[in-house]
Design a protein around this ligand. Structure first.
Ligand code: ARG
Length: 455
């Protein structure tokens, strides 16, 4: 028997039953659904819409049901459509007719909205905790590599010497922003829609503030139409998750590149790498590649949600049932990726020798030679020209800038003196960039301290 069967003469076609049922995926909301129902019943009892005894009976029955579901003793019924009607049906089977009073002054439209908000709030808290751990891991690593010199790149061409600590700290800034965005998204999810009914509120004198207090919502919604049709918080989460995945993906791209024989800047731990079924020598960065790949599905979740919502008239429409799989997929993907990404990074071996060697090649100190001339009074644009010529000369002679003799330097410009050699060692070049936000060990150390404070 359908909970809404009264108006119908025929039973639902089996195909429709399968097609519109959401229990296969919304059953993960059972805890939120039951807690929301307990709060609703408690509030109904408090204001006298049902008796306090009835409220207590309903709450006890729901609590018992929660334990049974958690003990794996409950099988959900496809014909009952979704988690909301399954819970109500199971409750009534357990406590009898009084269970039928639970849905007084409530619709599945405000019920599902409250369930997803509760669920998302918990998940955001978990993901923020995962991000905090990841940032802490990166801060520790950055601290270990304050003096590890490597080339910084633009256009994937060696540009200027930096430190690995500095490079790692770039990612901590992204993940800090991700944490902030999630905290902001949490605020919008933290509004109670329950009490909005199907769309137009209810004639019953509900105490919505009390329900909000029971469920730990900071605010109560102020428009019933918006409250049942608002999924902005889900979109916002998927947007924040997309950015987070984009950051992970860019990091993974570098991990993949750095693991190549050509770069050989790092080696991933065996426990976080995989082999080939045919090529015995292979050690592949599959984990990093999968994270990069899974970024696409989170973008898909975001695009799917936005597209699903864009044409919907107020208020609830069944299209909105499609919100859950996208949201759940984004949550699961982000959590799964963070879970494996952190230890992968924490266990990698850094090949400091190769990083330093790469930094010494590619004329990464050319800007420093130009800066040297500029500091001696030569206009920077002229200095740039002189050093450009020096690089061209070096390429012909197969030399580095630090290998030019004093005589060769003098021919380029009489301003050069012996102190040029000290000014262009790559370690010195990285260490001299002490400006706030720069790669010098002191600057990175200060950035680490500020980031620790923000956490
Ligand atoms: N399973 C539905 C969903 O997820 C619950 C709300 C159904 N409301 C309705 N009027 N059919 O959106």
């Amino acid at each position: 028997m359908k909970l809404w069967g009264g108006r119908f003469q025929k039973t639902t076609d089996r195909l429709v039953e399968d097609f519109h049922s959401s229990i296969s995926f919304d059953q993960r909301l059972y805890k939120q659904d039951i807690k929301g129902s307990i709060a609703h019943a408690t509030m109904l009892g408090k204001v006298g819409i049902i008796s306090p005894e009835e409220a207590a009976q309903i709450a006890a029955g729901l609590q018992k049901l929660l334990e049974e579901i958690e003990g794996g003793q409950v099988e959900f019924d496809i014909a009952a459509e979704d988690i909301h009607m399954n819970v109500e049906q199971l409750l009534t089977a357990k406590i009898g007719a009084v269970g039928k009073k639970l849905h007084t002054a409530r619709s599945r439209n405000d019920q599902v909205a409250v369930d997803i908000r509760m669920y998302l709030k918990d998940e955001i808290t978990e993901i923020r905790a995962q991000l905090k751990e990841l940032i802490e891991t990166l801060l520790d690593l950055a601290e270990q590599h304050l003096h590890t010199v490597m080339p910084g790149y633009t256009h994937l061409q060696r540009a200027q010497p930096i430190t690995l600590g500095h490079h790692l700290m770039a990612y901590t800034q992204m993940f800090l922003r991700d944490r902030e965005r999630l905290a902001d998204c949490y605020k919008r999810a933290d509004v109670l829609p329950l009490g909005s009914g199907a769309l137009a509120g209810t004639t019953f004198p509900l105490d919505r503030e009390y329900t909000a207090e029971l469920l730990g919502f900071a605010e109560v919604s102020d428009n019933s139409l918006d409250a049942v049709s608002d999924r902005d918080f889900a979109v916002e989460f998927c947007a924040a998750a997309s950015l987070l995945m984009m950051h992970l993906s860019r990091f993974c791209e570098e991990i993949i590149l750095w693991s190549t024989g050509e770069f050989a800047f790092i080696e991933l731990d065996d426990a976080y790498s995989t082999g080939s079924s045919i090529m015995p020598q292979k050690k592949n960065p599959d984990v990093a590649e999968l994270i990069r790949g899974k970024t696409g599905r989170v973008y898909g979740d975001l695009t799917g949600l936005l597209t699903m919502l864009k044409g919907l008239p107020l208020a609830y429409n069944k299209d909105m049932q499609e919100d859950k799989e996208a949201l759940f997929d984004a949550i699961d993907t982000v959590k799964g990726c963070l879970l494996v990404f952190r230890p992968m990074i924490a266990t990698m071996t850094v090949r400091q020798d190769n990083m330093a060697k790469a930094a010494r090649g590619g004329f990464t100190n050319a800007t420093d030679v130009a800066d040297y001339l500029a500091k001696k009074g030569i206009p920077f644009r002229e200095a740039h020209e002189i050093v450009g010529k020096a690089v061209f000369y070096c390429l012909q002679q197969n030399k580095n800038l630090e290998e030019l003799t004093m005589q060769e330097y003098q021919e380029l410009s009489p301003v050069f003196t012996d102190d040029i050699y000290a000014a262009i060692g790559v370690e010195y070049c990285a260490a001299a960039r002490k400006v706030r936000g720069g790669p010098a060990p002191e600057a990175v150390q200060q950035a680490i301290a500020r980031t620790r404070e923000k956490l």
